[in-house]
Design a protein around this ligand. Structure first.
Ligand SMILES: Nc1nc2c(ncn2[C@@H]2O[C@H](COP(=O)(O)OP(=O)(O)O)[C@@H](O)[C@H]2O)c(=O)[nH]1
Ligand SMILES: [Mg+2]
Length: 204
């Protein structure tokens, strides 16, 4: 019988650090939350090294009353369960990124999604800031470390971090990052801010 041989091209083959079992990477979980259409699925898609698992469904007229499309009229699909992706932030830090479904009718899933997570990214759109209040309240109430990622849509007014902080009334020590969910570097920046925040707030 032929033995199975790893046939991966060099760029996809395991990197040396993956094979060095003296310092196994830490794999950890983070959650991305925020209102409907704020860019959560885009965030996970921009950063994931694996094809993100998506549970998008075509929106139908049946959702017209529940899913407000006034700010995202081109949006044809919606995340019905969650997004899932993976990103290696550092040689020894792998993040599993779970995007929450935004619609209120799926909030019951959040308790499961946050189990074991080190923290959350709360995405905000400055045109609809109130949409992220539920997520802020949720993470404040369960005391999970979080950062706010303001997804800046081009063509909209750009606000300063301190303006957003005042509008959301988040505590001064919560990091706020102005980013673009389509730009991998800014998504990574948001995740790094979260990891730093989680380390800072975790009791030694
Ligand atoms: N112009 C612009 N469009 C964006 C940005 N982020 C997301 N979008 C678009 O906004 C829509 C909603 O994004 P999506 O990731 O599905 O939002 P979700 O409901 O939070 O998962 C999609 O059509 C995206 O392509 C952004 O930073 N700029
Ligand atoms: Mg989505």
């Amino acid at each position: 019988m032929d033995s199975a041989v790893c046939d991966l091209p060099e760029e996809e083959a395991p990197a040396p650090w993956q094979l060095d079992h003296d310092r196994a990477p830490i794999a950890t979980k983070v959650v991305v939350a925020g209102g409907f259409g704020v860019g959560k699925t885009t965030f996970v898609g921009s950063v994931s090294e694996i094809t993100p698992l998506r549970t998008e469904a075509l929106m139908t007229q049946a959702a017209a009353d529940t899913d407000d499309l006034s700010a995202t009229p081109d949006k044809a699909t919606t995340t019905v369960a969650m997004d899932f992706g993976r990103v290696t932030l550092d040689e020894d830090l792998v993040l599993y990124v779970f995007g929450t479904p935004g619609q209120q009718r799926f909030w019951f899933m959040w308790d499961d999604l946050v189990r074991g997570a080190i923290g959350a990214v709360v995405m905000a759109d400055t045109r609809r800031l109130t949409d992220c209040f539920a997520a802020l309240d949720y993470f404040e109430s369960c005391r999970l470390p979080y950062v706010v990622a303001v997804n800046h849509f081009e063509g909209t007014r750009r606000f300063e971090v301190e303006d957003v902080r005042d509008a959301l009334t988040v505590p001064p020590d919560v990091p706020i990052v102005i980013m673009d969910a389509r730009e991998r570097s800014t998504v990574v920046e948001s995740l790094l801010a979260l990891v730093a925040r989680a380390l800072e707030t975790t009791p030694a």
